[in-house]
Design a protein. Structure first.
Length: 172
């Protein structure tokens, strides 16, 4: 964005970009769109490897207490808000409503853990997280839903595995 005085300001991070069919989508922009939905307390966008488009977006959201809306209603609202704010190319493949986000003791969301869950690969060491028990809950929720839909575990290349392990590490 160029300011009135002519200076340019960069609003996103180059290291947190998901490349969907040649479109570079910033995770912060995706998350900001999701949080515009009243019921959403927190959001995290992660890449999932896809044979057709290279990568697709999956969103994880935690709800505010006592929202009254169903998980499906909120997930649909989030997808529509992302489409409205960014465009149809950014529509998430899945929006997962989770009880909480895996976080460090300082409260930063561990996106690499969520990305590993979405890609059905090893989450690595989570023993130092403030709420490590939520990782297994999310993993069980996501993997069982994906298996129900017929989404098989895919074998990631070494480069893809490394990318998932490092995803979001600059912002954590």
């Amino acid at each position: 964005v160029q300011s009135e005085d002519g200076y340019y300001r960069i609003l996103g991070r180059i290291d947190d970009v998901i490349n969907v069919a040649g479109h570079r989508l910033g995770t912060k922009e995706l998350e900001s769109a999701a949080i515009e939905v009243d019921e959403v307390a927190e959001a995290a966008a992660v890449p999932v490897f896809d044979e057709t488009r290279g990568k697709v977006v999956e969103m994880y959201i935690a709800l505010k207490p006592n929202t009254g809306a169903s998980d499906e209603e909120v997930a649909d609202k989030v997808a529509k808000q992302i489409e409205y704010d960014i465009g149809k190319i950014a529509r998430p493949k899945n929006v997962w409503v989770v009880p909480d986000m895996p976080k460090t003791r300082s409260g930063k969301i561990m996106r690499r853990v969520i990305a590993a869950i979405s890609n059905m690969t090893d989450v690595g060491d989570v023993s130092t997280l403030a709420n490590s028990e939520v990782v297994e809950q999310i993993k069980e929720q996501v993997e069982s839903a994906k298996k129900e839909r017929g989404e098989d575990t895919q074998k990631l290349s070494k480069d893809e595995q490394k990318e998932i392990e490092e995803f979001g590490s600059q912002s954590e």
